[in-house]
Design a protein around this ligand. Sequence first.
Ligand SMILES: [Zn+2]
Ligand SMILES: [Zn+2]
Length: 140
Amino acid sequence: MELKEDMLKAFVDKCREQGLKITPQRVAVYEILLNSHTHPTVEEIYEEVKKKYPFVSLATVYRTVETLEQMGFAKRVCYWGNSVRYDANTEEHHHLICTNCGSIKDIYLEDGINLPENLEGFKPAGYSVNIYGLCPNCKN
Ligand SMILES: [Zn+2]
Ligand SMILES: [Zn+2]
């Protein structure tokens, strides 16, 4: 993964390019997501931003996360629960998802997986694997 400072700078540059206002709150949203390894929800990011910027609104955090997603700085992690979780790690990687506590951990599959030969004419550009089960804490 690239340096966090570089990623933050890239985000600020891109906002400037697109004529979007750069506020410290917006930058804080991305910084929190970059530093988080838990794949937080927007609400969880909001709680963190609020510690530093008590007057930030949930709507601002939502919009910023959406912008980050559109710009390719964040990805949605598919999850069947009622909350969408976000990931600032946009490298190809996969997830270990605990169905008991909802923890999501990154995993890299060195050799990848074997995609089936027959994809019904579909041209794959990438894939992401979610492995569901119990994390070490919940297993016991
Ligand atoms: Zn668990
Ligand atoms: Zn991830």
